[in-house]
Design a protein around this ligand. Structure first.
Ligand SMILES: Nc1ncnc2c1ncn2[C@@H]1O[C@H](COP(=O)(O)OP(=O)(O)OP(=O)(O)O)[C@@H](O)[C@H]1O
Length: 288
């Protein structure tokens, strides 16, 4: 399968982008050009506007000002060039949906049409996406019977089934154990390497994906910074963003963010301290 648009220099482009709800500005003057195959982590405390940014790129939320394009085209809903891994919801046991049905939900009916020829193409696309995430052995099982990690791999397959040029992921590692975090992040990394798919990856915890990240967009309370992890994840930059003293320590290849005072709550969700805790190694189960 190949994408129908010729390769565009920028997979995602935000220019002078501003998003406000009433008096509250989530971000303003945001310029971001993401290249094909680039992996951008979107970090920041609760309510900073990370999910809203993905919604803008999905065409679900209009910008207050500025422009947003995907592969050179203004954002709009139902773009075949965008794959989306939404925030994880546990699927209930007993839902009569097989793994391959879940993946098939990612297929756009308008694009594929109806009839036996389209049915075959659709099935081939679903099979290919299932194979990309290595889910063949449980694709016919009921999703409610699958583990969180298996469900998440199928969700990634659902996002890949339309052969997207841009993959938007909203905390795809949440509630996964370390092995599955590694598995799912490796799948996403493999996809961008093999297909030059750009990845915007919203997360509260940069450590599991630190080796994959090209650039970080760090949003805090109307402010933001964009740069490589070593440019953004520093005591100076985060102290400026949080407007309080924040320390970033590197320990055995992991970044530990340590803050004080009022910022503790916010930093707790960004990989740092929670009230009453000492230096805190942010583990995945902390997100529970
Ligand atoms: N349609 C809307 N109208 C008004 N306010 C909204 C709307 N959508 C989102 N918000 C507010 O915008 C803020 C940012 O929300 P968003 O979900 O983007 O944050 P986030 O950074 O993804 O947070 P979290 O880490 O908690 O998921 C929140 O305070 C939210 O209440």
């Amino acid at each position: 399968m190949t994408s129908s648009l010729p390769d565009h220099p920028h997979a995602v482009e935000l220019s002078g982008a501003r998003l406000a709800f009433g008096e509250r500005t989530l971000w303003d003057h945001l310029d971001l050009a993401v290249h094909p195959g680039e992996f951008v982590a979107v970090l920041g405390p609760n309510g900073a506007g990370k999910t809203s940014l993905l919604k803008v790129l999905l065409g679900q939320l209009p910008l207050s000002s500025g422009t947003a394009t995907i592969a050179g085209t203004p954002v709009h809903t139902g773009s075949p060039h965008v794959g989306y891994v939404p925030q994880q919801k546990t699927l209930e046991v007993g839902v009569p949906l097989r793994g391959r049905d879940l993946v098939g939900l990612g297929v756009d009916g308008h694009l594929w049409g109806t009839g036996i020829r389209h049915f075959k193409r659709r099935k081939a696309a679903v099979d290919a996406a299932i194979a990309q995430v290595g889910a063949q052995s449980y694709a016919n099982a009921l999703v409610g019977d699958l583990s969180g990690g298996e469900q998440q791999r199928l969700r990634v397959a659902q996002a890949l089934v339309g052969d997207p040029q841009v993959l938007l992921c909203d905390e795809p590692l949440l509630s996964l154990d370390l092995a599955n975090q590694h598995l799912v992040s490796t799948l996403i990394d493999q996809r961008r390497k093999d297909h030059d798919t750009a990845v915007l990856f919203v997360t509260h915890e940069i450590n599991p994906i630190l080796p994959l990240v090209d650039r970080v967009l760090y949003l805090v309370d109307g402010q933001f910074r964009i740069g490589t992890p070593s440019e953004v994840m520093t005591s100076e930059v985060l102290s400026e963003l949080y407007r309080t003293e924040v320390e970033v320590l590197e320990m055995r290849g992991r970044l530990v963010v340590v803050g004080t005072g009022d910022a503790i709550d916010a930093l707790g969700s960004a990989g740092g301290l929670r009230p009453g805790e000492g230096v805190h190694h942010h583990h995945p189960e902390d997100n529970e």
